[in-house]
Design a protein. Sequence first.
Length: 350
Amino acid sequence: MTQESQTPHKRRVRYKGKYPRKFEEKYKELQPEKYQDTVQRVIQKGNTPAGMHISIMVNEILDFLQIQPGQTGFDATLGYGGHTKAMLKCLNGQGHIYATDVDHEEAAKTKKRLEEQGFGEDLLTIRLQNFCTIDQIAKEAGGFDFILADLGVSSMQIDNPKRGFSFKTDGPLDLRLNQEAGISAAQRLDTITKEELAGMLEENADEPYCEEIAKAITDEVRKGNHIDTTFKLRQVIEKTLSFIPEKDRKETVKKTCQRTFQALRIDVNNEFEVLYEFMEKLPGALKPGGRAAILTFHSGEDKLVKRALKEGYKAGIYEDYSRDVVRPSAKECAGNPRAHSTKMRWAVKR
């Protein structure tokens, strides 16, 4: 008897009801190459299929970057590879793109997916490192003609409960983009002070109830109740905001959860520090006439990017920059609700 015949058949995960609800049960969405019809139906309903990410403002980005065959580019956040693929197509087999990502698991999937679509290592180099190392890669590449930085978290990470990015499904309170480095959000809450947490919530997310939330969380931890799952954190927030009138409570809890998770994610990934370093190194990585487009998703990011580009223009580094943000169309927002908060800023190197 062969080894193959001895191995029992592994059945797919079963789920209750007509349609799968949990991330791991959505086996068709998690295999888009095999079940394309199912994936298209999910997208047409304005949703993002499990394990996928729908790239935002692709046309606006390509219109600005004006990519030509033979050029060299940099994609700061590889993610699912949608933007990368669109830019690679513009190169028409001539030129090269360097891309970075700190998520080893998703980067490996994207590399395989792009290779199968004809974009191998002759056209694309992927580095498992932070995009603030752009100066090192630019030195190797000889500078970049175009640069894209999409600062949003990918849907694959948000929707997967094992990553702890969403308060809508229960999972470990992790929130790290690279789970092989640093400490999780749960570990951060184990040692943080009330004053530090309140400051984090205000600075990273403009949370109006930062004092109340910070006190409730640190009180729980001090009692020995570790907040190590997404639902535990949500429950603390719900209990803390029980004083809100019932007609407003559900929406207030939802918004506060969103802001709290955002603030923690920014903190454990050092997102502001990384972005500041990237913006400082950006001009030196661009060739003369090179173009850079940056997508931001909350006010803290946008303010930092806006200030850096404005200062670069005043210093004579940039020939031109975006005074106003470029936003996704109403049609795109209707088809992809996660596009609503997106802002694009750009600059052209002198």
